[in-house]
Ligand binder design. Structure first.
Ligand code: PLP
Length: 399
């Protein structure tokens, strides 16, 4: 198979996913004919509300939640902000927040902002496999702790955190527990009916719905103030005229995700494992970042020592393969990601890291093509690299 210019082997599904055809079909009527405002008194608008409620049921079913426990938002970032800020505002006397050093910026940057506002923020570290120490979490809880926010699965490594255990521990101390499930929803089973988690964020574009829609699960009885203040939409919990087409798309995507979840854990995982095992066993100086088993079934983060992640991505992209790197080029210097730094991955490995993230739309042919391409790309880069088996702190213009 030669993907050529028009066919991309897309292995960057933790960044965003293709919108499922069924989702597009479900959304189209709301972009064409059914454009009424769901809050309108007339039936033309009012009928749309029933479809929002159907979508709420579909999302609730994927999460084992009650439909009334779901608030639609514009994205995962909004859900995370709404959860943490909304809970803090409802508990103004408490000034301590617990989170981790490996959260997505949607939580991490918000927590840095909270520090600036005078909150005390405890950022828990992770071990070299990216795993969290539950005892450290327990020890960090105080009478002043309002919220603990720990992601369900890490976007860069796929490492899964024991959020159910953490939520139970937090509950016993009267602390609101939030989890960012943006990467895990649709990939791991989630059942809020048997959970102690109070607040949980999801995002449409990570599970084959479009960008611009997300949801926040709010356990019945959890006190949280609205983050977007305005009209009475979402029963006063989130102002703003609803993104009807996006919400309908998210509902459909959740229905499909529930159906395809077993496939994520078998076919997708088998493809990911074949890709990973072949790379690690055939290309020298490679290592897997993150725990090998406590991990999302679709994600593989591999370090190729002595080469730059950006250079690998560029050559993969020229071959028609889309993946992503764990480092970012800032001011001409390569900065390994905060996640790999928190894990203590050595610099020479961290800045040559590549994340491959699969979806149900990938095929064995995609994996064959990637495996045929990656070896020669790494060999070529190592041959021309002036830093071969040495250390580089500059990205050489990101090649
Ligand atoms: N949380 C995690 C773990 C993510 O991976 C992302 C996106 O990459 C987000 C939050 C933000 O989601 P959104 O892009 O919908 O704002």
């Amino acid at each position: 198979m030669n993907p050529g210019a028009d066919k991309v082997v897309y292995l960057d599904n933790n960044a965003t996913t293709r919108v499922a055809d069924e989702v597009v079909d479900a959304m189209l009527p709301y972009l064409k004919n059914l454009y009424g405002n769901p809050s309108s008194m007339h039936t033309f608008g009012g009928q749309v509300m029933a479809h929002i409620e159907l979508a709420r049921e579909q999302v609730a079913k994927l999460l084992g939640a009650q439909p009334s426990e779901l608030v639609f938002t514009s994205c995962g970032t909004e859900s995370d902000n709404a959860a943490i800020l909304g809970a803090l505002e409802a508990l103004p006397q408490k000034r301590h927040v617990i989170t981790t050093r490996v959260e997505h910026p949607a939580v991490r940057t918000l927590c840095a902002h909270l520090k600036g506002k005078g909150y005390r923020v405890t950022e828990l570290g992770v071990n070299p496999k990216g795993l969290l120490d539950v005892a450290e979490f327990t020890a960090a809880l105080t009478d002043d702790t309002a919220v603990a926010s720990v992601m369900h699965a890490n976007n860069e490594t796929g490492v899964i955190f024991p959020v159910e255990d953490l939520a139970r521990i937090a509950k016993a101390r009267g602390v609101v527990f939030h989890t960012d499930a943006v990467q895990s929803a649709g990939k791991l089973p989630i059942d809020m009916s048997r959970s102690a988690i109070d607040l949980l964020s999801i995002s449409g574009h990570k599970l084959h719905a479009p960008k611009g829609v997300g949801a926040l699960y709010v356990r019945r009885g959890t006190r949280i103030r609205p983050f977007v203040i305005g009209g009475h939409q979402e029963r006063g919990r989130r102002g703003g005229t609803e993104n009807v087409a996006g919400i309908v798309g998210l509902g459909k995507a959740c229905e499909l995700a529930a159906k395809h979840l077993p496939e994520e854990n078998s076919r997708v995982k088998a493809m990911r494992d074949r890709l990973e095992e072949t790379v690690l066993s055939t290309i020298p100086d490679t290592l897997l970042n993150g725990d090998a088993t406590k991990r999302l079934p679709n994600t593989s983060n591999i370090s190729f020592s002595y080469v730059e992640g950006e250079a690998i991505l560029l050559l993969l992209s020229r071959a028609g393969i889309a993946a992503s790197s764990g480092s970012a080029c800032t001011s001409g210097a390569l900065e390994p990601s905060h996640v790999l730094r928190a894990m203590g991955v050595p610099f020479t490995s961290a800045h040559g890291s590549v994340r491959f993230s699969l979806s149900r739309y990938n095929t064995e042919a995609d994996i064959d093509f990637t495996l045929a391409s990656i070896g020669p790309i790494i060999a070529k880069l190592r041959m021309i690299s002036p830093f071969s088996k040495g250390e580089s702190k500059t990205c050489g213009g990101c090649l």
